[in-house]
Design a binder for this molecule. Structure first.
Ligand code: FES
Ligand code: MG
Length: 571
C-alpha cells in the first residue's frame, strides 16, 4: 500500500494519532483511518455567494463517489466570494481566499482535494490555493443558471443589466419595466449564464486539464452535474494512488490550451489576471504577451453574450467546450493532460456540434481573430488589454481627446453634467482603479456613457482604465493599464484635452505628447487624495504587497508554492 500524507496524522500510533483519530470519529469506523485516502471537498457554498449556494448538494454527490472508490470524504467550507455582494470589489478578496484555502488544505490531514466553485473569483482562488499546496486536486465547476426570459426574450445575466439600464437612461425603456426584469434574470441555481468570468473560468479549468472532461458548462440545475460530481469523487481517490498533482497537470501546454480556449469561446478579460496569477503559483513562465501571441489569431466560434446572442445553456446543448476545442484541435498542445492522466485532446475525438448557430465551424467563425490584444505605448509601458471581439470595429483605430476622471466618484459626479465637454470621439479615462489604487481593481472600466451621448444614439466610445471590467460587459474598453496610476504609471499624468491614440492593429496605446513633456508633468493630486490608505488588516497587507495586473495582481509573498508539508505536530 502506498504511504498516504494523512498517515502522518492517523497512523503514527501513540497519543497524537489517538487525538487526531478520536475527534474525527463521529461514527467513522476504524477502517476509515487505515490507509484510506482522506479527501477534502473545498466547498465555496455560501448563502452570501448565491451563485454557489447549491454546492452543498454537489458535495454530497462527490462524497458518494469518494466512498465508492474507497476514500473518506470531508466537507471543508472555505472562504467564498459573492461577486455581486461584496464591497469594495470581489477582486480585493481573491488572494485572501486563495491564501486561506491554501493554508487550510496544508494544515489538515488530507491526501487530495475536490474544488467546488462557480461564481467569478471562486474557481481562480481554489486553483491558486491548490497549486500552492500541490496535493492531487480537481475542479467540479458549479455550472451556469438556466436561461431566464423577459417579455419573451432571453435575459443574459449581467450583460442585460448593462444593456437595459442604458436603455432606461436613453429613455427607450420605462424604469418600472427594467426593475421587473430582475426576477426573470436569475431563473435558477448556478452562476451567470453569459460568457462572463464564472463561465469562462469553469471552461478554462477544463481547458487546463483540471476537471473531468465534459464537466464544465453543465447547467447547475442539470442532474448530469451531480453525476459528474459523483465521478469526480471516484477519480480523485484514484489520483491519490497515481500521485497526480496540479504541478504535473497544469503545464505551459495547459496554459497554451487555456488561451486558445479563451479566444475561441470569447471569454472574459478577467481570465488574463487569473491565469497569470495561477501561473505564478506554479512557476510556469506565462506573460501577458503570451495571450496575444497564442490567442490573437484564434477564431471566435461561440456566439454567446456579451459578444453574441446565446447563453450557457445553449452552449452545453450545442456540444459544449469539447465541440469548440475540437474545431481548433490543431492549435492545441497535444501533450497537456487532464486529471485523468491522458492528453486533453484525446477527449475531443467524438465531440460534435449539434447547433451550428451557437458553435460555429472553424471555417465559418463569428470573427476570424478573437483573442485578447495586448497594447503597449507611453500610456501603458507594461501593457494593457482590449477584447476586440467585444469592441466596436470603427473605434479600434481612433484618435480622440481625453476626458479624465480621478476616481469612480468623480466619474459619477460629472459624467451626466450637461456642461461636460464630451462627444462621440472623446476618450473617457478613469484612473486610480488598479489593484493598489481602489484597492482591488474593480470592474469599473466599462464606464457608462454620458446620457447626452446616449440620447444622440451613441452606444460606444473609447474608454481607458487601470481597472477591470465585468466579463459580461462589452465596448471599446482598454483595461488593466499597467503600471496602474496609483503605482506611478503614466496614466496619472493624463489631462483632459490630451490627444489619446488607440491603434489595436498596431497594438499601441499612446498619449500624443513628447516623452519629456509627459515626464515633466506632476501626477494628479486629485487622484492621490482619493487613494486608499488602510492602516491594518487584509487591506493593508494587500495594498502593500499586491503586484500589477500585468503579472496577475497576486500578492508578492504568495507567488510560488510551499508544498504540502507541515513541519510540526500540534501537541
Ligand atoms: Fe456570480 Fe456572476 S455574480 S457568477
Ligand atoms: Mg464579474
Amino acid at each position: 500500500m502506498t504511504e498516504l500524507r494523512s498517515d502522518a496524522w492517523y497512523a503514527t500510533g501513540g497519543r497524537n494519532a489517538y487525538i487526531h483519530r478520536a475527534w474525527m470519529r463521529r461514527g467513522l469506523p476504524d477502517s476509515a483511518f487505515q490507509g484510506r485516502p482522506q479527501i477534502a471537498i473545498a466547498n465555496t457554498a455560501s448563502d452570501l455567494a448565491p451563485c454557489n449556494s447549491h454546492l452543498n448538494e454537489v458535495a454530497e454527490h462527490v462524497k458518494r463517489g469518494v466512498w465508492e472508490a474507497g476514500g473518506v470524504p470531508h466537507n471543508l467550507p472555505v472562504v467564498s466570494i459573492g461577486e455581486t455582494q461584496v464591497r469594495p470589489t470581489a477582486m480585493l478578496w481573491r488572494n485572501m481566499a486563495a491564501m486561506a484555502i491554501e493554508e487550510m488544505l496544508r494544515a489538515n490531514p488530507i491526501d487530495a482535494v475536490v474544488l467546488l466553485g462557480g461564481c467569478d473569483k471562486t474557481i481562480p482562488s481554489l486553483l491558486m490555493a491548490a497549486a500552492s499546496v500541490d496535493l492531487p486536486a480537481l475542479v467540479v465547476p458549479g455550472g451556469p443558471m438556466l436561461t431566464g426570459t423577459f417579455r419573451g426574450a432571453p435575459l443574459g445575466c449581467g450583460t442585460d443589466v448593462w444593456r437595459l439600464s442604458e436603455e432606461v437612461r436613453a429613455g427607450s425603456l420605462p424604469e418600472q419595466a427594467f426593475l421587473q426584469s430582475d426576477s426573470s434574470m436569475i431563473r435558477s441555481r448556478g452562476h451567470c449564464n453569459t460568457m462572463g468570468t464564472a463561465s469562462t473560468m469553469g471552461l478554462l479549468a477544463e481547458s487546463l486539464g483540471m476537471t473531468l472532461p465534459g464537466s464544465s458548462g453543465i447547467p447547475a440545475a442539470d442532474s448530469r452535474l451531480l453525476t459528474r460530481a459523483h465521478e469526480a469523487g471516484r477519480v480523485i481517490v484514484d489520483m491519490v494512488a497515481r500521485d497526480l498533482r496540479p504541478s504535473q497537470v497544469i503545464t505551459t501546454g495547459s496554459f497554451h490550451n487555456a488561451i486558445v480556449a479563451l479566444a475561441a469561446i470569447g471569454g472574459s478579460t478577467n481570465a488574463v489576471v487569473h491565469l497569470l496569477a495561477l501561473a505564478g503559483r506554479l512557476n510556469v513562465p506565462l506573460t501577458l504577451d503570451d495571450f496575444d501571441r497564442v490567442g490573437a489569431d484564434v477564431p471566435l466560434l461561440v456566439d454567446l453574450q456579451p459578444a453574441g446572442r446565446f447563453l450557457m445553456e445553449d452552449l452545453y446543448r450545442a456540444g459544449g467546450l469539447a465541440a469548440v476545442l475540437r474545431q481548433v484541435v490543431d492549435l492545441l498542445d497535444h501533450d497537456a493532460v487532464t486529471v485523468l492522466g491522458a492528453p486533453l485532446v484525446d477527449s475531443l475525438a467524438d465531440a460534435e456540434i449539434w447547433d451550428r448557430e451557437v458553435i460555429r465551424l472553424r471555417d465559418e467563425p463569428l470573427q476570424p481573430k478573437a483573442g485578447i490584444a495586448v497594447l503597449r505605448g507611453n500610456l501603458a509601458p507594461n501593457g494593457a488589454i482590449i477584447k476586440p471581439a467585444a469592441a466596436s470595429a470603427h473605434l479600434l483605430r481612433h484618435r480622440g481627446r481625453a476626458v479624465v476622471f480621478d476616481s469612480i466618484e468623480d466619474f459619477h459626479a460629472r459624467i451626466d453634467d450637461p456642461d461636460l465637454e464630451v462627444d462621440a470621439d472623446s476618450v473617457l479615462v478613469l484612473r486610480g482603479c488598479g489593484p493598489k489604487g481602489y484597492p482591488g481593481m474593480p470592474e469599473v472600466s466599462n464606464m457608462p456613457l454620458p446620457t447626452k451621448l446616449l440620447k444622440q444614439g451613441v452606444r460606444d466610445v473609447v474608454r481607458v482604465c487601470d481597472g477591470r471590467m465585468s466579463g459580461t460587459a462589452y465596448g471599446t474598453v482598454v483595461l488593466h493599464v499597467a503600471p496602474e496610476a496609483a503605482a506611478g504609471g503614466p496614466l496619472d499624468k493624463v489631462q483632459t484635452g490630451d490627444w489619446i491614440i488607440l491603434d489595436v492593429g498596431a497594438r499601441r496605446l499612446d498619449i500624443d505628447l513628447p516623452q519629456q513633456d509627459l515626464d515633466a508633468r506632476e501626477p494628479s493630486q486629485a487622484m492621490r487624495d482619493r487613494l486608499a490608505t488602510p492602516r491594518r488588516g487584509w487591506e493593508w497587507l494587500y495594498v502593500n504587497t499586491v503586484m500589477g495586473a500585468d503579472t496577475g495582481a497576486d500578492c508578492d509573498f504568495l507567488i510560488g508554492s510551499s508544498g504540502n508539508r507541515v513541519s510540526r505536530e500540534s501537541h
